[in-house]
Design a protein around this ligand. Sequence first.
Ligand code: PMV
Length: 352
Amino acid sequence: MSEIYRASTTAPVNIAVIKYWGKRDPKLNLPTNSSLSVTLSQNDLRTHTTASCSASYPAEDSLLLNGKPQDVSGARTQACFRELRALRKEVEAKDSNAPKLSELPLKIVSENNFPTAAGLASSAAGFAALVRAIANLYELPADPTELSRIARQGSGSACRSLFGGYVGWEQGSEADGSDSKAFEVAPASHWPNMRAVILVVSAAKKDVSSTSGMQTTVATSSLFASRASETVPRRMKEMQDAIKNKDFETFAKVTMMDSNSFHATCLDTYPPIFYLNDVSRAAIKMVEQINNAAGKIIAAYTFDAGPNAVIYYLEENEKAVAGVFKTLLANKEGWSSERGAAVEGNYEAAEK
Ligand code: PMV
């Protein structure tokens, strides 16, 4: 019986506060703008992945996600496998005793503990976990920056899930993508009282995938150019300063404005892309009411490529934010259980 080599890891979801939307190179997943996110807790929304390899496995690499076989022949998954195998080959070349794992078929088994492809950044946690599990299996140096460059080729936003806390993704300028990597803005411990509540408006798969949506936006939206060249670069700086200074009001305002700007370019796409629905808009109104009642900004909404709202707030405002969402929405039409629990959970920023 041939030996089975195995390694497991988990990677958390990250939710962008400055959104990535637009690819300058779709093959390498090189973005048209930098972006910034908060990585959620490992204990909550996460992908758990086991990577194994063995001479006894069928010759083809395989991936099982939530018990269902997935197609691994796509360019993105192949790019991750290829890059990781090349790094393993370097290890094998240096150490003649190292087993030739790069030559063995891979078996990847992943489980998400949240709805897949519902605008909850499942691909981010998925590719981050896949890359780190194989890197562990291959005993590669676990430098998150280097792994982020590989995970980016699986799914752009995945590069940010290799770090905990507050994470940037530098768009870079090199044609080969060598400088398009994630970087740490601040560890979770810098601003540990940040919280997020996720309102699962719909757990259905999104209508327009982020890849096809981005391409149509880049090709047709006239708002897009100014967002990528002026708005986002300015906000990246404002956001990093807000995080460094633990200035929640600026963090929140920039988060909400950037979500609005991203969804405006979606609407400005032809044909238009609608990720938000009436329930999403009710959540926006509710955040405005909470902030008006408090007399300052204590809550921020943001939406990815789907209708689910992510609300950021500080722990000391738990009652005024998450508490209000829980009580007000429980009996409201549109938030009934068939759409998923109104308040899915309370997620702490991940500890590094
Ligand atoms: O990484 P992708 O291809 O799933 O794109 C993610 C895009 C957004 O979630 C909408 C924004 C972001 O920066 O995460």
